[in-house]
Design a protein. Sequence first.
Length: 444
Amino acid sequence: MSTQTEPKLVTQIDFARAGQITPQMKKVAEREHRDPEYIRERVADGRIAIPANIVHIKKGMRAFGVGEGLSTKVNVNLGISGDKADAAEEWKKVKIAEDFGADAIMDLSNSGKTRQFRQQLIDETPLMVGTVPMYDAIGYMEKPLVKLTKDDLFEVVRAHAEDGVDFMTIHCGINKSVTKTFKETGRLMNIVSRGGSLLFGWMEVTGNENPFYEYFDELLEICHEYDVTISLGDSCRPGCLYDSNDATETAEMIELGKLCKRAWAAGVQVMVEGPGHMAIDEIAANMKLQKRLCHNAPFYVLGPLVTDIGVGYDHITAAIGGAISASSGADFLCYVTPAEHLCLPNAQDVLDGLMATKIAAHAADIAKKVPHARDMDDKMGQARRKLDWDAMWECALDPVTGKKRYEESPAATEGTCTMCGKMCAVRTVNKVFEGTTIDLGMED
Ligand code: SF4
């Protein structure tokens, strides 16, 4: 008789490898029109992540799958900043994210005591919740950056895990080897990731290795305990077109690929973060390289912004890149708002950024042939052919804005809109097929 105790199954990847389908895998399968076994297989080998902290599951979170063969997910960033600490405004953004179809909310609060907002968010939202513990470390520990110790940083990670955070961006890949490459090869925009810049500063001042890299196994233990998915941060994502796909970005990606394998071996789910700013013709190759180097781990991208000069309209520059990146293999898009590079977004910016990113994700899902992705588009075509405006609102990604615009400009001819009025092409052709009078030019 064996005296060995069976390892405790905690995370989605533990269960998947043991051949067990969890309730979360079943839910993902239902929502994605896939067989539960399809989901289990891919969770087992890391191609799909289901970021779902065991604490958040108990509070009623919905299960979302991120990865191969699934619909592209969309994240909304929000949170209190040092210059604008208005919790009520951030709650408005939470409501917009939930009402307009975001899959995840990242709480990027980085000033003062952030725990109350984070805990309330996890209590109340069924969406995936992500954080960046590095942003929170200075406020949480009440210490200047350079005085933070490895134990301080890990204490913050543990606090976020205990609170129920489903995925954490942790910049584990920026180690001494990557910073050497960065300093030797140079960049136009240096390091633009906030967490990456904090760690780079800490490493340079203390002379120490990145603690999240050096003590990665300890980090994995915390993540395993709560089933926190690690979203491996891309500290060296390009901040301008000039820096894209350079030696520094690629050096970090190679490190991230090695860390993916270590995380999976420890039963921890992983996603990998990506660019950034990137010209259209480079995006598909970057997605393929990431999938290759990171062993098909789900790819979570910010944009990419396809030009650097769309200031004030970067939800559009990012949506163009988002559609191309998702149709080329990215699995999860972080929204970008019109306020990008300018200021903390307001509620309208959040809505505009979310809708631009939702459209990009949906357009990519149609191209990727995600099951049933085009159903609503085909229904919209039918509704438009019948000039059935109520049916059109049911198909629209944002029915509120569509209906408001339509009703603000009432058409003189029934069924049409003020764009063409009586010359409505749909109405004219419908009349031809119905055999009814085409009444154009017959007003007298
Ligand atoms: S009036 Fe013109 S824009 Fe409006 S529904 Fe008819 S064809 Fe379309």
